[in-house]
Design a protein around this ligand. Structure first.
Ligand code: KG4
Ligand code: ZN
Length: 334
């Protein structure tokens, strides 16, 4: 069964064809990073206009690369939320139109839930559940516990900024490029992670929640005091503080829930220091670690199509009255 997936929740226009929920036949992602770079962040009006201009071409390219005719598609899955309303509308409405034209089911997919299951897709490891999963991106920092596909609960989440947001804001303070995460990752390699003692907020808090706004403020104060900082040291020390917290809390969540598998997804999970530290900690404790390749960590339609397949298997197709839900959370499905 082939599912066409559509993702337009933020600034990537993406379409993919996935067979039987695991075989990625194509995953086309058109990034708008260059478009938004001059503004140092995503401009919603520009994003939606660009999605509108690109969506047809991106879908055609996805079908072409998958060697799949339009009428061979068995269902159309699209992100309905969370994300930017004007961006979500383009993908969801395009998906509705295609599902009507095909007389095939429409499957609305929660973007965070798709991130949660994307490491399973990457490793064809749907047997790895239950798992503790860290979703760490520009918009979210969530620790979830999943027992089966579609069955999960939230263990904790950020009480203020998302980790990726902190990377992007600190990069801005340092006048680095956008998006900031990859820039900090690169510069940190030449810096000393122990040079500056930035706070590890909520690391010792018994909850599984996170907080990153204090860390961002600490970097701001440090930069006010030091007019000519060693940028590599600031990057390495800031990154180390984020990584210590997210890795420490993920491992503790695995211990608290007796999970044998840990996974991570979302843009920040590409971070090289994060990957090294989480791999080492999981190795030490005999935990199975599933990390997705970068193409499945950042926003992509393959994860939407894959989860769409499983939703369809579970009889969860959507009504055509489905609306975009910009602020929907991951939700709890026991
Ligand atoms: O998952 P994603 O593409 O979009 C959202 O759903 O938010 O994540 C984008 C975020 C940005 O904040 C970006 O700075 C961050 O992921 N990011 C990184 C790295 N690559 C991307 N953060 C730290 N290190 C990286 N290597
Ligand atoms: Zn995302």
């Amino acid at each position: 069964m082939k599912i066409l997936g559509i993702e337009t929740s933020c600034d990537e226009t993406s379409a993919a064809v996935v067979q039987n929920g695991v075989e990625i036949l194509s995953n086309v992602v058109s990034s708008q990073v260059e478009l938004h770079r001059p503004y140092g962040g995503v401009v919603p009006e520009l994003a939606s206009r660009n999605h509108l201009q690109l969506i047809d071409t991106v879908v055609a390219e996805a079908l072409d690369r998958a060697r799949t005719r339009f009428d061979e598609v068995d269902g159309v899955a699209a992100t309905y939320g969370p994300g930017l309303a004007s961006s979500l509308l383009i993908g969801l409405n395009a998906a509705k139109g295609m599902a009507v034209a095909l007389s095939k089911p429409l499957i609305g997919v929660n973007h965070i839930e798709a991130h949660l299951y994307s490491p399973l897709l990457a490793h064809h490891a749907f047997d790895a559940l239950p798992m503790v999963s860290l979703i760490v991106s520009g918009g979210h920092t969530i620790l979830a516990h999943a027992t089966a596909i579609g069955r999960h609960c939230i263990l904790g989440q950020t009480v203020d900024d998302a980790a990726g947001e902190a990377f992007d804001k600190v990069a801005k303070l340092l006048h680095l490029g956008y998006p900031g995460g990859p820039e900090i990752d690169k510069l940190a390699k030449a810096g000393n992670p122990a040079a500056i003692a930035f706070p590890r907020s909520m690391l010792d808090d018994p909850s599984h929640n996170f907080s990153f706004s204090g860390l961002k403020t600490s970097v701001l104060y440090y930069l006010r005091k030091h007019s000519q900082p060693n940028v590599a040291d600031v990057c390495a020390s800031f990154q180390e503080a984020v990584v210590d917290v997210v890795v420490g809390k993920t491992i503790r969540a695995a211990v608290d829930t007796d999970a044998n598998t840990v996974s991570a997804s979302g843009g920040v999970s590409i971070n090289s220091r994060f990957r090294d530290k989480l791999s080492a900690e999981c190795g030490r404790r005999g935990l199975r670690l599933l990390l997705a390749p970068a193409s499945l960590c950042t926003d992509n339609a393959a994860m939407i199509a894959a989860l769409g397949f499983f939703k369809l298997q579970q009889g969860q197709c959507s009504d055509f009255a489905l609306e975009v839900a910009p602020s929907v959370g991951l939700g709890v499905v026991p």
